[in-house]
Write a protein that binds this ligand. Structure first.
Ligand code: COA
Length: 343
């Protein structure tokens, strides 16, 4: 059975920087940079321009990862696209990305299958687990795993929506998971979900139990209440569960691999809140220099946070071949996961 390793990383963030102060000055939100930094660590985020979709953000990240893996798009056997902000209700953004990669063009067209993964902030880790299994089983040699989000178009950028709107940003990260006979790669993945809390962090734009699934006015135009249009969150409950589940997932990973935190060189936690991550690190006894963060610059990019972190760490020289790394995430669902990789 081959091992599955990460052969390439890539990322892309849109150029427009939106500082905490800009939320106040440009959008008129009653907030302060101090409030946001103290509670979340976020200083700024990126917002994509009008007309740019989630698959558009994913494309340069995917190309970057494929190129760094020394491959071309036609070498892929599968695309896994994790997002909670797909371009449309359907089809999945993976199909849009597949066409944008040029896979369907010309004589050497290769109709690579594309699967969207809807596991929010844990979407990358769920996809990494799935990709690893596909590679280890021999079904695929190279799987592209993308996490991409365009949150900015779906944030209530008013004072009413400030608690959620101040947290999220746009961006995309990608990795290629490839087969190898070398003794390296993904050593294990651990996933979990607790659907009892599905509504605690959710965006219920429509309700398919009802006909019409979106209420209509007399002329047949859809009407969506603000409380359904925008994401709703019980922040304190999310915070509590995130800490508990992330610690649990990491401890389980260590136990099952018979390793301790000291064997792990770098920790890549989902970037939802710097305070959550610092609390988890303190509880486990992780030294600050081993915890990689970029939430200060990008906010929470949901499925994209971990692959962006990996790509940036590799480019800066912090993440090197031979290191043992742990990834941990938590998000809406509730869903969570961990993975340990020998880089
Ligand atoms: C979102 C979060 C930062 C809010 O912090 P909190 O201390 O729980 O704050 P609360 O929601 O209780 O709000 C406290 C006050 O700040 C206000 N407030 C909320 N957002 C604000 C903002 N951006 N600027 C200024 N004030 C704000 C609230 O209106 C409230 O005011 P009130 O006391 O007058 O009603 C925090 O709960 C959190 O980070 N939770 C985890 C969220 C998360 O990680 N989500 C993604 C998971 S994948």
């Amino acid at each position: 059975m081959p091992n599955a390793y990460i052969s390439g990383t890539g990322f892309h963030v849109p150029p427009r920087v939106v500082t905490n102060d800009a939320l106040r000055t440009e959008y008129g939100i009653d907030t302060t940079s101090d409030w946001i930094i103290q509670r979340t660590g976020i200083e700024e985020r990126r917002f994509a321009e009008e007309g740019v979709g989630t698959a558009d953000l994913a494309l340069p990240a995917a190309r970057d990862a494929i190129e760094r893996a020394g491959l071309r798009p036609h070498d892929l056997d599968m695309i896994l696209f994790a997002t909670l902000s797909p371009d449309h209700a359907f089809p999945g953004s993976g199909c849009y990305l597949q066409a944008k990669l040029g896979l369907c063009d010309g004589n050497d067209a290769k109709f690579v299958p594309a699967l969207d993964v809807r596991n929010q902030c844990s979407g990358f880790l769920y996809s990494l687990g799935a990709a690893t299994s596909m590679v280890k089983s021999g079904a695929c040699k190279h799987v592209l795993v993308v996490g991409a989000e365009k949150h900015s178009a779906a944030l209530d950028l008013t004072t009413r929506g400030r608690t959620v709107a101040s947290l999220f940003g746009d961006g995309a990260g990608a990795v290629v998971v490839s087969a190898t006979e070398e003794d390296r790669g993904v050593r294990g993945w651990w996933l979990g979900a607790d659907g009892r809390h599905a509504s605690v962090l959710s965006q219920k734009v429509w309700d398919i139990k009802k006909r019409n699934f979106i209420p209509l006015d007399e002329e047949g135009r859809g009407l969506v209440e603000p409380s359904h249009m925008w994401a709703q969150m019980d922040g304190k409950l999310v915070f509590r569960h995130a800490v508990e589940r992330m610690i649990g997932a990491l401890m389980r990973a260590c136990m099952e691999l018979s390793i301790t935190r000291d064997d792990i060189d770098l920790f890549f936690f989902h970037q939802a809140n710097l305070r959550i991550n610092q609390y988890v690190a303190d509880q486990i006894g992780i030294p600050p220099e081993r915890l990689v963060s970029n939430i200060q610059r990008y906010g929470n990019t949901t499925a994209a946070t971990i692959p962006i972190l990996l790509a940036e760490a590799e480019r800066s020289g912090k993440l090197e071949r031979g290191m043992k790394v742990a990834m941990v995430g938590f998000g809406s669902g509730f869903t969570w996961g961990a993975a340990v990789v020998d880089w």
